[in-house]
Design a protein around this ligand. Structure first.
Ligand SMILES: NC(=O)c1ccc[n+]([C@@H]2O[C@H](COP(=O)([O-])OP(=O)(O)OC[C@H]3O[C@@H](n4cnc5c(N)ncnc54)[C@H](O)[C@@H]3O)[C@@H](O)[C@H]2O)c1
Ligand SMILES: [Zn+2]
Length: 390
């Protein structure tokens, strides 16, 4: 068990604990009583998580005398919308939830972003609690207070900063999560190691596959706690992305977001896209001589162990660059990228478009080589039709 405190200036006005404990969901009621003590709670979740974990959350709260009810939304990114926020407001108003009511977000990043946004805006803001059930949400969306919904013109365009009363992370809930989703979350944790903590990176070098398969829940618990501590430290020093420090969390995301957008958010999970992005962006740091060849090789070797679909062949590098340009234009200015200075160290830097194109070329070569190696390896089973990776 570990408890990490997120301290936001002006301290100690806003501080809240992130409680990480295998089996900790059973203690939701106890933590709720200690840190919130609102008499009424709405557990916002999605239909998938509802079936798997909502009953235990509900019982834990009811056992402490909390008048709690489950409010489900459909699973999937499309619930992160103003329309679903509106339906939740309606449920809360009909249910006579007042300013003392508490929203408990139980689910992945979609539920957290949506429920957090509703908590930030309902009656000008009510208290909320985060219980993340995907690895991505546990190491990323659960800390930082960013909430929001998508607009038809773009992702995450409507939102608010709203910090929760506490976060409860139970790695046991990840047993029901598909392994591909666990890999996706692990990539964000690798990213945290890359920007801040070589020891965490080394742990991945030793135990990556065992962590993805959840062979040892206490090992995963430790990795999540460390990853949360890194994000908490960064957010505490730059909550609103004012100094550039929080921007370091975007390592791998410039190229990663472009890949996701260019493939219609279908071909790759977020983590898979970020894994490709980390490789491309590490290549630029290497080409500039900021990252040593040895460190670069370690990054390449580790990310090669992350299972991911090949890059789509019908997607031209120029087209990807166009997505990056659009993304950056929205944020004004030239191409600013997070570049690795070593394992555990990163800095913001201006880069040229030609460097990005070169990095994309490196990605293609690297991918082709990996495919080649796979084809050469003897296989127990014939390749499925089309040869696509799962
Ligand atoms: N606010 C932030 O700081 C922040 C940070 C990163 C990502 N995000 C947002 O998070 C979203 C992605 O999050 P995500 O990957 O968790 O997606 P998600 O919430 O859609 O969850 C992925 C899938 O896993 C299912 N699921 C969740 N927990 C499960 C469990 N324990 N067992 C089995 N199935 C389970 C869900 O029903 C869903 O189908 C994006 O919308 C992204 O913008 C927000
Ligand atoms: Zn991410």
């Amino acid at each position: 068990m570990s408890e990490i405190w997120v301290e936001l200036p002006p301290a100690p006005a806003r501080r809240y604990p992130v409680h990480v404990e295998a089996g900790g969901l059973e203690r939701l009621g106890e933590l709720y009583t200690r840190h919130v003590a609102g008499a009424r709670a709405a557990i916002v979740t999605d239909r998938t998580v509802e079936k798997l974990h909502a009953r235990r959350a509900l019982q834990a709260l009811k056992a402490r005398g909390v008048d709690a009810q489950v409010v489900p939304v459909p699973a999937g990114e499309s619930s992160k919308s103003l329309e679903w926020a509106d339906r939740l407001y309606t449920r809360l108003i009909w249910g006579r939830f007042d300013r003392e009511a508490v929203i408990v977000a139980l689910g992945g990043g979609v539920v957290i972003d949506l429920a957090g946004f509703v908590a930030a805006t309902y009656l000008r803001g009510v208290r909320w609690v985060v219980v993340p059930t995907t690895l991505l949400a546990q190491v990323d969306a659960s800390v930082g207070g960013k909430t929001g919904v998508n607009h038809r013109l773009g992702k995450n365009l409507i939102g608010a900063f709203h910090q929760p009363e506490f976060v409860l992370i139970d790695p046991e809930t990840l047993r029901t999560l598909p392994e591909r989703e666990r890999w996706s979350g692990l990539v964000e944790a690798i990213k945290h190691g890359l920007i801040r903590d070589e020891a965490l990176f080394e742990r991945f070098e030793r135990e990556l596959e065992a962590l993805a398969r959840l062979e040892d829940v206490s090992a995963l618990e430790a990795v999540i706690a460390r990853s949360v501590a890194i994000k908490a430290e960064i957010v505490a020093r730059d909550e609103r992305e004012a100094t550039g420090l929080r921007a370091l969390l975007n390592l791998g995301h410039t190229v990663g977001h472009a890949l996701e957008a260019a493939t219609g958010y279908r071909a790759l999970t977020h983590g898979e896209a970020v894994a490709w992005g980390l490789l491309a962006e590490a290549w630029i740091a290497r080409a500039r001589g900021r990252l040593s060849p040895e460190a670069f090789e370690r990054v390449v070797r580790l990310l090669a162990r992350v299972p991911k679909p090949s890059l789509p062949e019908d997607l031209a590098n120029e087209e990807l660059l166009e997505y990056i340009r659009r993304d950056k234009k929205a944020r004004r200015g030239g191409l600013r990228l997070v570049l690795l200075e070593g394992i555990g160290r990163a800095e913001l830097a201006e880069v040229e478009e030609v460097e990005i194109l070169q990095a994309l070329r490196f990605l293609r070569d690297h991918d082709a080589q990996a495919q080649d190696n796979r084809a050469r390896r003897p296989r127990a089973e014939p390749e499925p039709p089309g040869g696509a990776e799962p």
